[in-house]
Ligand binder design. Structure first.
Ligand SMILES: C[S@@+](CC[C@H](N)C(=O)[O-])C[C@H]1O[C@@H](n2cnc3c(N)ncnc32)[C@H](O)[C@@H]1O
Length: 203
C-alpha cells in the first residue's frame, strides 16, 4: 500500500472555483489534481494499491481533506478538467460528520486538515518529501505502511512542518533539483515500482 498526502496551503476547500480558470480561482488546486493523476493513474489503468489525500487549507470552508482510493475509485480520467469537475462535485457535498464521509466510489471528504489525515492513516511510516534531503534511492523503505507527505507550489506551512516533525517523518529527496510536486510523486512511484519489479524477479 502506498499513500500520498499533498498539502495545499491555499487550495480551496469550497466548490466555488471556475473550471475555465482553475489556477487563478482555486488557490492552485490544479497542483494537487496533477498529484492525483501522478499517484493514481498509469497508462490505461489505476494503481489499486495507492491512496491520495488532498489537504485543502484555502477558502471559506477550510480545512477539509479529500481522500481518493485507487482500489475503489471509478471513472477517474487523467485530464485536469475532468479531475477538477470530480473534486468540485465532491466539495459541494456538505461535510460535518466525524472522519471521512464517502461521497462516491473511492472518494471521501473530511472536515479538518492534517489532523484528520493522521487520524485516518493510523500506524504508518511517515516520509516528508523535502529538497536536499537523503536521496530516495538510498532510503530502504523497509518499514511498513509508508506515507509520503508533499507540499504544494509554496512548500509546507510552519504548522504542518512542525506536525510532521512531531511524528518523526523522515525527510526524503528526489534529486538535486526542486521539481513540481506531481513530478516528485512520479519519481517516488517509479522508485517503488523498480523495487517491486526487482523483488518479483528474485522470488
Ligand atoms: C514545487 S515544490 C515547493 C517549492 C517551494 N518553493 C519550497 O521552497 O518548498 C513542491 C513540493 O514538491 C516536493 N519536492 C520538489 N522537489 C523536491 C526534491 N528535489 N526532493 C524532494 N521533494 C521535492 C516537496 O514536497 C515540495 O514541497
Amino acid at each position: 500500500m502506498r499513500r500520498f498526502v499533498v498539502v495545499g496551503q491555499r487550495a480551496t476547500a469550497s466548490p466555488d472555483f471556475l473550471l475555465v480558470d482553475l489556477p487563478g480561482t482555486s488557490g492552485r488546486l490544479d497542483v494537487l489534481l496533477r498529484c492525483v493523476r501522478a499517484a493514481l493513474l498509469v497508462s490505461h489503468g489505476v494503481r489499486r494499491d495507492t491512496v491520495v489525500y488532498l489537504v485543502l487549507l484555502g477558502g471559506s470552508r477550510a480545512p477539509r481533506t479529500l481522500r481518493v482510493e485507487g482500489e475503489a475509485v471509478r471513472f477517474l480520467r487523467p485530464d485536469e478538467r475532468h479531475l477538477a469537475k470530480t473534486v468540485q462535485k465532491a466539495l459541494a457535498t456538505p461535510s460535518g460528520s466525524e472522519g471521512f464521509v464517502p461521497i462516491r466510489a473511492g472518494i471521501a471528504l473530511a472536515d479538518g486538515g492534517i489532523e484528520a489525515v493522521l487520524a485516518d492513516l493510523g500506524p504508518m511510516t511517515p516520509y516528508v518529501l523535502e529538497e536536499g534531503a537523503t536521496d530516495v534511492r538510498e532510503v530502504p523503505f523497509d518499514a511498513p505502511a509508508p506515507v509520503f507527505f508533499l507540499g504544494d507550489h509554496l512548500g509546507f506551512d510552519d504548522v504542518t512542518r512542525a506536525r510532521l516533525a512531531s511524528v518523526s517523518a523522515t525527510a526524503v529527496g528526489v534529486g538535486p533539483v526542486s521539481v513540481h510536486a506531481d513530478d516528485a510523486v512520479v519519481i517516488v512511484c517509479n522508485e517503488l515500482d523498480r523495487r517491486d519489479a526487482r523483488d518479483t524477479q528474485v522470488t
